[in-house]
Design a binder for this molecule. Structure first.
Ligand code: HEC
Length: 116
């Protein structure tokens, strides 16, 4: 069966939206790119997990100005639940997970496959 390769085409809307928190596509994408799509007001978040851990990202999302007093990112109207969801998601955005970087990484850390 031929694989449907998502075209990196903005006119098509977001190619992959199912694997990320909904709120990401509602709020964050306006300013941040992920997977080659999104705004460029803030830095791309593709490998943000290599720069920051989940704790830092949580603090950042709750209040960017508490982390960086001259932050150019506004404090956003998101719930604590969304902060948790987003920080867990973003902490896993690392280079090794970038599309095409290494197919073998698919299982991704935590869940080490148990070989028979
Ligand atoms: C209005 C534009 C805007 C929106 C909306 C926005 N950001 Fe940002 N974000 C920025 C900017 C600008 C920076 C860089 C801040 C700075 O360093 O002053 C940033 C920085 C970040 C960083 C730190 C990146 C790094 O490499 O240090 C993270 C993480 C982040 N944003 C996540 C999010 C998430 C998650 C959302 C959605 C809930 C979001 N942002 C929504 C503009 C935005």
């Amino acid at each position: 069966m031929p694989m449907a390769v998502p075209a990196p085409n903005a006119a098509q809307g977001l190619a992959r939206t199912d694997d990320r928190p909904k709120v990401f596509n509602q709020l964050c994408i306006a300013c941040h790119a992920l997977g080659g799509q999104g705004g460029n007001v803030g830095p791309p978040l593709d490998a943000v997990g290599d720069r920051h851990d989940a704790e830092y990202i949580k603090r950042w999302l709750r209040d960017p100005f508490a982390v960086k007093s001259n932050s150019r990112m506004p404090k956003l109207p998101i719930t604590e639940e969304q902060v948790q969801e987003l920080s867990a998601f973003l902490a896993h955005q690392t280079k090794s997970k970038a599309p095409g970087a290494d197919g073998a990484e698919a299982a991704d850390g935590g869940a080490k496959e148990q070989m028979p």
